[in-house]
Design a protein around this ligand. Sequence first.
Ligand SMILES: O=P(O)(O)OC[C@H]1O[C@H](O[C@H]2O[C@H](CO)[C@@H](O)[C@H](O)[C@H]2O)[C@H](O)[C@@H](O)[C@@H]1O
Ligand SMILES: O=c1ccn([C@@H]2O[C@H](COP(=O)(O)OP(=O)(O)O)[C@@H](O)[C@H]2O)c(=O)[nH]1
Length: 485
Amino acid sequence: MANSAQNGRDAEGRQYGEYDLVVVSNRLPVDHTIDEDGQGVWRRSPGGLVTALAPVMAKTEGAWVGWPGVPDEEVEPFDHDNMHLVPVALSADDVELYYEGFSNATLWPLYHDVTAAPEFHRTWWECYKTVNRRFAEATAEIAAEGATIWVQDYQLQLVPKLLREARPDLRIGFFNHIPFPPLEIFAQLPWRRQVIDGLLGADLLGFQRPSDTSNFLRCVRRFSGFNVRQQQVQVENSDGGVRLCRAGAFPISIDVEHISELAHRPDVIARSEQIRHELGDPDTVLLGVDRLDYTKGIGHRIKAYGELLEDGKVDVENAVLIQVASPSRERVESYRLLREEIEGAVGRINGTFDTLENTAIRYLHHSYPVEEMVALYLAADVMLVTALRDGMNLVAKEYVASRKEVDGALVLSEFAGAADQLKQAILVNPHDIDGLKEAIVRAVNMPPAEATRRMRAMRRQILQNDVEHWSRAFLKALEQAGTHD
Ligand SMILES: O=P(O)(O)OC[C@H]1O[C@H](O[C@H]2O[C@H](CO)[C@@H](O)[C@H](O)[C@H]2O)[C@H](O)[C@@H](O)[C@@H]1O
Ligand SMILES: O=c1ccn([C@@H]2O[C@H](COP(=O)(O)OP(=O)(O)O)[C@@H](O)[C@H]2O)c(=O)[nH]1
């Protein structure tokens, strides 16, 4: 591990760590799971944060601090796929109060425009503070003097301030993968001031969209009392000094080269042909891929599709919708209810429209490896991304990157961050079911020349702005931010 091992010590005489770059996120890129034979194995963690950061971290010599995905698991630091991973243990109570509770039943619905009702519990908040402190301590321990720390996402919003107090020598960046809500919604949070203070410990705060950045800065003005000039907050320290914290939009992306390589691989192409064949070679394959999350608008999409079948605008004889709904946060009540709701809706539609040979919706409650994802993207004529609110949505970008023949149509919610970059998609408001139905029909019947024109423009955008471009832009801005020499 080549990093500039420092022999410096902090104010309390503790020796600095050895990593010049440390990424900190709730989850490590791999979860410790038990396979069919009862053996412990490391499996890729779910979600786009890992999709985006893993290829970036595999190319650096930094360390990644995070939770190994199961409760009460004490694991020593280890190397995996070219990454140095430093596990932080969470007890079963921590998982319930900090992860399922405060992170995913308070902050998640609040930050996604209250698409579900957020719950506010003081015990959850207490645990959130404790766990954030634990992550900050684990990071402070391994960071070299003057190291760059990149904290990720809403689960760890207090870490920047805690880290700065422990290690003022560090350069601290924070990236929020989910939306930052408007002031009127954020104001509901009983601990709004503490969260803003926690974030302002960073030198640079990154958001997915310019609108997230301006929402955040409005909240800073209201709840911190600090001056905000353009995109810089003048943070007043307890000693009367002023430190600058910069905020800006850095839209995340994907490892385009890897997706594109897979899209050209003969076995992946063969698999995509097999998928279509096993579906009975329909004229049109439509696809949705989401974690089973109420923010993703899966119910709205299925409702629209069901009505199109009823109206006779699509037909099971020549069209099929594949819906991958990968398991997510299954112990959180709203996720359990969502699963029942979606599976009920799919069952009703299939019961009504299926024939012995054809199925209306192929519903798959599974998580697939990236090779299968790309085979699905290649097999799909129409991709449906209908999120009610989504930080970015990397699935939309992966679909575009996979379409090497420069064809296929993307229906994309204007409420997903990806809509800022993929302007040539058919943009929809998923709450408008008639509008969504029209968009789906338009995508199914899109003339090839129009599909190619739109896809070419979207591919140009994605090819020029891959995930390496994102991380370089953020880390460069972080280098220039703050008051460090
Ligand atoms: O860790 P989980 O609770 O299982 O959830 C998985 C991840 O979901 C969220 O992903 C977000 O990040 C993507 C990449 O920036 C973005 O495209 C998407 O819109 C976001 O929802 C969450 O933010 C991550 O922390 C989770 O790991
Ligand atoms: O069965 C699945 C379903 C999804 N994904 C990946 O999970 C990520 C989802 O990221 P996105 O930003 O769309 O949403 P998130 O789940 O992070 O909210 C994408 O890279 C997908 O390819 C996957 O590998 N297997």
